[in-house]
Design a binder for this molecule. Structure first.
Ligand code: ADP
Ligand code: MG
Ligand code: MG
Length: 885
């Protein structure tokens, strides 16, 4: 039986692979093949497949049968193509051995350059190139890399030797070392290997190659790579390909060099060649920071022919891949070679600009343009950002734990944060790390800065949930809570000093930097418009006030999915009436107090209806437990009693009576409205009086009244009867008709299970995914900060279910509810409200589950729209992406 094909050649203008063979050849290998087929100058070589790696792992490091014979054959072909021989003492072939998985895993696995050198070959290389310094520079680099990757000797010992030699010679740069110096370095390197490994540095090139290939295979399972895959959720079963490629030399003197380039500016998206290079350098020298590289524009003067060639090839690659490319190049004695191409990473701003520009240039269609911009990236564009025109001096960098920039005065405890914020100050809460007790302070702060903790620390998880900027684990600051200050770079920042954090980058700056507020304009607005054309799922907002309603229209949402009436009660004069209602002894007393609230609510609803211009507005009946509206401290109680002119004891008794052991599952939602029906009566009156006024003014209006926290159809029926009765009364009195619907939130597991019964009575459903997640898991969201971070750290949960819908559990209940609901009422309108509505993965889930719309906070509307378009497009078209993702 013939052995399986494990090795794929590329060179002399033809390759056995193509860009579409990423799974087998890895990103690097498949793109080297593609470039070869495009006749772009790429040093020839061959790729050993990921399959070979996978099989070798199964064989505990042994190569699969037949693989090495194929390597030998391809090596012979490579020798012929190059006119050089592997291990030859006069004309030695040198190769690089490069890892390359399906997707790039930056810095995770290893590369060895100049393989094939030994004590004789280095002399041959010196003679042929007539440049002994270059030959020994290559040799010392090879020993260093091979020893590190294959023999597992830390690179730092080699760097020490090199540094020592530079010191001995009184020079600063490695380019200043002479041939003799480098020969000495090589001698010391070899001695180091002998000392550390008890044997000589391997001199046989075939043995070097075997070991290097084995080591690259093995590097797939080094702890770094495993951790990387866990974080990025990549399968461990893929394996890596190995590319063996003829060397070209950027370290052959001043007419040679190496660099990296982007076909467009990855920061701004501007269409221009962008990048850096170093003359007389090899491999990673550009990024390693040993010398300061030059901007690629300078190459125009330094090596005009190479520059023009590079510019031409970059344009060609971009046309071919139809996306911005990130390339590696090397110039050998004035001649340009390409060593890698892949789809380049970019900032959100650049992603939007490139997508729109490329559509205009005819490179991609609108569909692809929309797909080019990740909805998560859009989210970053919607947070306040540092003004790009501001001069920014970073003093420390932590983890970019929750995006957006924030400016505020430093405070060091959660209580201070709350107290200062109550006075109207803007603060940044600075803590060593946060815990559940800090949540109030985090909420009150503009942003959070912690010295300890990772991306899944309490601070990070909670801040992301709140949409607050957060820089976590900023190890460069040392905090003294006692002295209310922190130290950074020798400077002391005291309480009340202004600081600025950027949770998108992890940066900390001193002082008060200018921020810019997000808006939907220019390229961004255009892209979101295109998304509208592809998206199937509707997007509404959670909007509680006329201001929110205005934002809803600015962001071009399609209605309000959730208007929480209770938020309107927290305002100064209303809270008093609210409290009178709560304290009242009977329904009569409550009605009197509610009557004071009615006109206020009516005018709110009217203002919201006006702004919404006839788009649907879902108004939810009062939901929270009453105790949330009463003061807690003795002092506050005293002054309230005085204000209301009632004895303190009566107030205290009332507060006592309202205490619940488990308010989340207590007297709230429709349960409250069933025991206090006058609340629903007042709210329905306000809604329908406002709506009737609209109709009288010949304005369009579409109210949808929603009953919260239903578990049984009887609960719903009870509330619906009140709403319908009030609606009929108001309409009769005002002599006009208003179209309206009455529906329910679905936020308890029982409601999901009996959705057919409920849908027979309710005209629409809206999943309250926050409560549904709480009740399905039995987690209280306010207490989950105590254990969720650890759950995620240890992989007990993959994601925070309060951020992304838990598809297996909560999602399954939703799907069941939709099915049952629509079986009882054809075309039942179903949506979700709650923060999940702005989470791209949850939006995609809602699309798949057949929901009519998602509802999210106004500033997340573009995120939801982009996510909705992605979901629809991914379902319809099979997108073939050439470049490496
Ligand atoms: P990584 O995946 O970490 O970028 P690479 O395999 O791309 O590693 O190689 C590291 C560096 O070595 C890159 O700068 C690359 O251009 C350079 N390099 C790799 N192979 C060759 C070669 N055959 N000739 C010259 N330079 C090479
Ligand atoms: Mg590379
Ligand atoms: Mg709820």
């Amino acid at each position: 039986m013939a052995a399986k094909k494990y090795v794929y050649f590329f060179g002399s203008g033809r390759a056995e692979g193509t860009a579409r063979m990423k799974d087998l050849l890895g990103g690097k290998g498949s793109n080297l093949a593609e470039m070869t087929n495009l006749k772009i100058p790429v040093p020839p070589g061959f790729t050993i497949s990921t399959e070979a790696c996978v099989e070798s792992m199964k064989l505990r490091g042994k190569f699969p049968a037949g693989m090495w014979t194929q390597v030998e054959k391809n090596l012979a072909k490579l020798e012929k193509a190059m006119g050089l021989r592997f291990g030859d003492r006069n004309a030695p072939l040198l190769v690089s051995v490069r890892s390359g998985a399906r997707v790039s895993m930056p810095g995770m696995m290893d590369t060895v350059l100049n393989l094939g050198l030994n004590d004789q070959a280095v002399e041959g290389l010196a003679r042929r190139s007539q440049d002994p310094r270059f030959a020994y520079d290559s040799y010392r680099r090879f020993i260093q890399m091979f020893s590190n990757v294959v023999l597992d000797i830390s690179i730092k010992y080699f760097e020490e030797i090199l540094e020592k030699r530079k010191r001995e010679r009184g020079v600063e740069l490695d380019t200043e070392l002479t041939t003799a110096d480098l020969q000495e370095v090589v001698r010391r390197y070899k001695a180091l290997v002998r000392e550390r490994r008890g044997r000589e540095f391997p001199q046989d090139p075939r043995q070097q190659l075997r070991q290097a290939v084995g080591a690259v295979f093995g590097s797939w399972n080094n702890p770094r790579a495993i951790k990387y895959r866990e974080i990025h959720r990549l399968p461990h079963t893929w394996g890596t390909a190995v590319n063996v490629q003829a060397m070209v030399f950027g370290n052959m003197g001043e007419r040679s060099g190496t660099g990296v380039a982007f076909t467009r500016d990855p920061g701004t998206g501007e269409k221009r060649l962008f990048g850096e290079f170093l003359m007389n350098a090899q491999g990673e020298d550009v990024v390693a920071g040993i010398r300061t590289p030059q901007s690629v524009e300078k190459l125009r003067q330094v090596s005009p022919k190479a520059y023009q060639e590079l510019d031409r090839i970059c344009r060609r690659l971009e046309k071919h891949y139809r996306d911005m490319q990130d390339v590696e190049f090397t110039i050998q004695d004035g001649t340009l070679f390409l060593l890698q191409t892949r789809t380049g990473k970019r900032t959100p701003t650049a992603a939007v600009r490139m997508a729109v520009d490329m559509q205009r240039e005819g490179l991609i269609d609108k569909r692809l343009a929309v797909l080019r911009v990740d909805p998560h990236q859009v989210e970053i564009l919607l947070h306040p950002m540092l003004d790009p025109k501001a001069k920014v001096e970073r003093v420390a960098r932590g983890l970019p734990a929750s995006p957006g920039a924030a400016v505020g005065q430093a405070v060091f405890t959660a209580e201070e944060a709350e107290a200062w914020a109550a006075r109207g100050e803007k603060v940044i809460l600075v803590r060593a790390e946060t815990s559940a007790e800090d949540v109030g302070g985090m909420h009150a702060a503009q942003g959070i800065l912690t010295a300890r903790g990772g991306m899944t620390s309490h601070a990070a998880v909670v801040a992301r949930g709140m949409g607050k900027p957060c820089v976590a684990g900023c190890g460069d600051i040392s905090i003294s809570e006692a002295e209310r200050s922190f130290l950074v770079k020798g400077r002391t920042v005291k309480e009340s000093d202004w600081i600025t954090i950027d949770g998108t980058t992890g940066d900390l700056m001193l002082g008060r930097l200018p921020l810019i507020q997000p808006e939907l304009s220019g390229d961004f607005a255009r892209l979101v418009k295109w998304a509208d054309d592809f998206r199937k799922i509707g997007v509404r907002t959670n909007a509680d006030t006329p201001t929110d309603a205005a934002a809803t229209m600015d962001f071009e949402a399609e209605g309000i999915g959730l208007c929480r009436t209770e938020h309107m009660f927290f305002v100064e004069d209303r809270i008093t009436a609210m409290r009178e209602m709560i304290v009242a002894d009977d329904a009569e007393g409550r009605r009197k107090a509610l009557a004071k609230l009615l006109p206020m609510q009516r005018s709110d609803f009217k203002a919201i209806f006006e702004r919404m211009k006839g788009l649907p507005v879902i108004i939810r009946i009062f939901d929270p437990p009453l105790h949330e509206f009463l003061p807690k401290t003795a002092h506050e109680l005293q002054s309230l009693a005085a204000d209301m002119g009632i004895p303190l004891e009566r107030l205290e008794r009332k507060v006592q009576a309202l205490v619940e052991s488990n308010p989340m599952l207590g007297h709230r939602g429709c349960r409250l409205a069933i025991t206090y029906p006058e609340i629903t009566e007042m709210q329905a009156s306000a809604i329908f009086e406002a709506a009737c006024q609209m109709v009288k003014e010949r304005k369009k209006v579409l109210p949808e009244v929603m009953v919260p926290l239903v578990g049984t159809v009887e609960e719903f029926r009870h509330q619906r009867a009140i709403i319908d009765r009030v609606a009929a009364g108001v309409m009769r009195k005002s002599g006009v008709k208003v179209p309206y619907q009455v529906g329910t939130m679905i936020e308890t597991p029982r409601a999901c299970l009996v959705s057919d019964e409920i849908a027979a009575e309710a005209e629409f459903f809206s999943f309250g995914t926050n409560d549904l997640t709480q009740t399905t898991f039995g987690f209280s969201r306010d207490d989950a900060g105590k254990f969720l971070p650890q759950y995620i750290e240890e992989g007990i949960l993959q994601d925070d279910p309060f951020i992304s819908i838990d598809e297996q559990g909560v999602g399954e209940l939703m799907a069941l509810s939709v099915r049952k609901g629509r079986s009882a009422r054809k075309g039942l309108e179903v949506g979700i409200c709650g923060e999940h509505g702005g989470d791209p993965r949850s939006v995609e889930f809602c699309h798949r589950t057949g929901l009519d719309y998602v509802s999210c906070s106004p500033y997340r509307v573009p995120v939801a729209k982009m996510a909705g378009a992605h979901a629809a497009l991914k379902e319809k078209v099979k997108i073939t992406v050439l470049g490496e993702k």
